[in-house]
Every structure is written in C-alpha cells, then in structure tokens.
Design a protein around this ligand. Structure first.
Ligand SMILES: Cc1ncc(COP(=O)(O)O)c(C=O)c1O
Length: 349
C-alpha cells in the first residue's frame, strides 16, 4: 500500500500460524505480528492513539514536547509518531533495558534520560520522573501510558477488530502478557463483546505481582525475570478494563525454550515478552486440549532481545544455556499437560 506518513503504517498487522506448535498441540496457534508496525512493536498502536486523542481534546498543542516514561517500546513508538506529527519527545527509561532499545530512541532523534531502576514508591522511578517533567514544564504533554485510556482504545478500536476479522470470528482463546494492560484490556473487551465465550488468558512473568493479585487480591512476587515491558506491582486504569478468565505465572526458563525452539524450527525470532506469550498459548492449549484456535502476539522485533534472550553468555549466567542449546518443547508441553490446572487462577469478574 502507498503511505504518506509513518503514522499511517501503524496497525493492520498479519496473523501468522505457528506450524510446529500447532502440530504439537492439535490447536491452531496464531501470532499477531506486531513487529510489522513502523517502530517494530505493539506499542506503536498506543503511541498513535494517545497522540491522536490528545490532539483532538486540545491537551497536545502544536509546538509542545511529548514526555513519557517507558521500558523502551512506547518510547520508540512515540519517537516515530512525534517526528511524523511535528513534536519533540523526551523519553525517561530505567537503566538496564536492552541497549538495542536505548539506541533506537536516540536514532529517532528523541531526547533520552536514563534513571536508576527502583520501586514505584521511590520518586526517582521512571514514571514519577516523566510525570514531574510534564508537571514542571508548561510546554510538555505527559502521555502517561499506564493511566491514559487511549492506550486501551487503540486495541479496542483496532487490534481486537483485526483479530476478529482475521480469524473470521473463530477465535476460542486469547493469550496476552500485561505491562500497562492496554493490550489485554482493549482486545479482551472487544473480543468478548463479539463472543462472550472467547477465553482470555493472562500470562505473567516471575517478579510481577499480577498473578498473585488475581489469585488473592494482593501484589506479591517472587523471583525475577529478564523480560522487559511486562509485569507490574500495582493496578492501573488500563489494566482495570481487562476481562480475564484465567491467569498463569511462567518462569523465564520456559520462554527461553520456546524462543529457541521457534527460531531453530520455524525461523520465527521472538522477543522475550512474545516468547512468554507463546509459552502461555502452549499452557492454554495443554488445558483446553486440541481443536481450539488460539491467538497471541509477537509484541516486538526479536532483535530487541539479542543481548539477553539470544546471548549465550547472558543465558549461561542465568543457568539457561541448556534451554538455548537443546530447546525441548515437547517435554515442556508434556509438563504443562501433567500440571493440568495447577497454578492456573480462575478469575471471577
Ligand atoms: C515488548 C512488550 N511486550 C508487551 C508489552 C505490554 O503491553 P501492554 O502495555 O499493552 O500491557 C510491552 C509494553 O511496553 C512491551 O514493550
């Protein structure tokens, strides 16, 4: 298609069947290829919608600077949208995210401030730093992807309808990770409005508290994860709108197996949150049994995870080199089948 502007290239991503895992499970497992967005991630959708809505409401005026706190992908998305629409961008990111994302934000001409990672209650957290910059500078507009419901709307208005059309209404199970919750909220809302029987699974990494919150109302976490942009320890407005049926917690070890199996067998190179999504799809298939259509996301470009997920030295430090060298996805699936509903939280809404 002919486009006049990068912002017109956001969305309308393809749905790709994962052949090997569909054969293994007897389900049709599909990946929505969000790496096709111009900034290489699903967060381009939220970035565009937040800017469009703020322009329409008058909050974002010509000549203003957009400011946002992000693990990286929203920053890259906003950098593209800001440039396409004539705004400056100030990004605040915690240190320790993959260097690939930091470089891209710079490459797109945005101003990048790195802060030390710290708990949310600390005022130096990237979220508070971005908020303060927005409050202290009259000419700044803070995008606030966590509480700004334009993020949810991006998926309710676009991603959900795309999935519904691409599957011709045949989607049985929808699986998603959660960072701000915009993705899972917008898509679950739209898909359940079309068919209330679509089953929504949330997949949470170690170190995040969503799984425990959905199980017993408290944010508790154990362990840690090298995934980026997913997991949270508080309830934000975008997540509040999600309609979730089942929630699981999966360790990084499982996503390393899935990522390396798919890169070796299907030529699909997933980022770490996307590999967690696919592990979640396998877990859902192990409970549902064969015959279901399962949709999840390839959230971003696999290249963005080279320095961690595809780096043998990094994986060796984490004692996960074995999962990289011989990724036994059949054993993983067998373990999931043996676990049955163990660890699966059934969410009552
Ligand atoms: C790579 C990646 N995957 C998934 C997500 C989570 O998406 P959401 O914020 O819509 O919950 C993010 C969010 O930044 C991300 O960067």
């Amino acid at each position: 298609m002919r486009m006049n502007n990068l912002s017109q290239m956001v969305g309308n991503t393809d749905l790709l069947k994962v052949e090997s895992l569909s054969r293994l499970t007897g389900c049709d497992i599909y990946l929505k290829c969000e790496f096709q967005n111009p900034g290489g991630s699903i967060k381009d959708r939220a970035a565009l919608q937040m800017v469009l809505d703020a322009q329409e409401s008058g909050e974002l005026k010509p000549g203003m600077t957009i400011v946002e706190g992000t693990a990286g992908n929203t920053g890259i998305g906003l950098a593209i949208i800001a440039k396409a629409m004539g705004y400056d961008l100030q990004v605040v990111m915690p240190k320790g995210q993959t260097i690939e994302k930091e470089r891209l934000i710079g490459l797109h001409g945005a101003n990048l401030t790195l802060v030390d990672p710290c708990p949310f209650k600390d005022q130096n957290h990237f979220y508070h730093t971005a908020r303060r910059l927005g409050e202290e500078n009259e000419n700044y507009w803070w995008a606030n992807q966590f509480e700004n419901l334009s993020n949810y709307r991006a998926h309710y208005l676009n991603t959900g309808p795309e999935i519904w059309q691409q599957t011709e209404g045949e989607v049985d199970i929808f699986v998603s990770v959660c960072g701000t919750g915009g993705t899972i909220a917008g898509n679950s809302h739209y898909l359940k409005e079309q068919n209330e029987n679509v089953e929504v699974w949330l997949v949470d990494p170690d170190g995040s508290g969503i799984h425990s919150f959905l199980r017993d109302g408290e944010y508790k976490s154990s362990g840690s994860s090298f995934t980026e942009g997913v997991g949270i320890m508080r309830t934000v407005d975008n997540f509040r709108k999600a309609k979730i049926d089942k929630a699981i917690n999966l360790p990084d070890r499982d996503l390393v197996t899935v990522a390396h199996y798919l890169s070796q067998n299907d030529a699909i190179v997933l980022g770490s949150s996307s590999a967690l999504n696919v592990a979640g799809a396998l877990r859902a298939a192990s409970v549902s049994g064969p015959g279901k259509t399962i949709v999840t996301f390839a959230c971003d470009l696999g290249e963005r995870s080279f320095s961690k997920l595809y780096n043998p030295e990094f994986l060796a430090e984490k004692d996960m080199l074995g999962e990289m060298e011989s990724p036994d996805v059949e054993a993983l699936y067998k373990r999931y089948q043996d676990q049955a509903m163990e660890g699966v939280v059934e969410v009552k809404s």
